[in-house]
Design a protein around this ligand. Sequence first.
Ligand code: CTP
Ligand code: ZN
Length: 155
Amino acid sequence: MEELRVRRIREGTVIDHIPPGKALKVLSILGISGSEGTVVAVLMNVESRKLGKKDIVKLEGRFLTRDEVDEIALVAPTATINIIRDYEVAEKFSLTLPKVLEGIVRCPNPRCVSNVPGEPVVSRLELVDPERGLYRCHYCGRLVEVSEMEELLLQ
Ligand code: CTP
Ligand code: ZN
């Protein structure tokens, strides 16, 4: 099968090995709608030796913050981040679950102090079981699975 090709970028970020179908979620995390003018390439459901299928997002002239990388790790844990400079892969890293999520994911417990309007409490979830992707709320003790976090992202 002929591979779908998108040309290499000059400077920016390539997010590769995204689970198939999750590219648009990654773009939403990055706040990219298309109207910012950033040159973006999105490949969905292309062949991957490692994953069977995968999505790829290429961002020309855009680099990611720590928080953005942490959020992507929650919805696309298999992704690799490639930082491109002068057409070369200058840095490549895979994602790991952040030990602490501060102000990134809302606690699902509606009575948690971190959900009380007017309380200056920033949500804080701590990784308690990396194997199972299990976090615990620092304030109320509620356990939260990575798989339920897509709906709980703050921003
Ligand atoms: N890439 C790009 N523009 C560049 C350099 C790389 O768009 N100037 C893209 C490649 O198309 C690929 C990703 O960045 O999707 C990583 O590049 P590279 O490390 O060269 O590819 P692989 O060795 O296949 O990566 P991996 O081992 O992570 O699968
Ligand atoms: Zn809580």
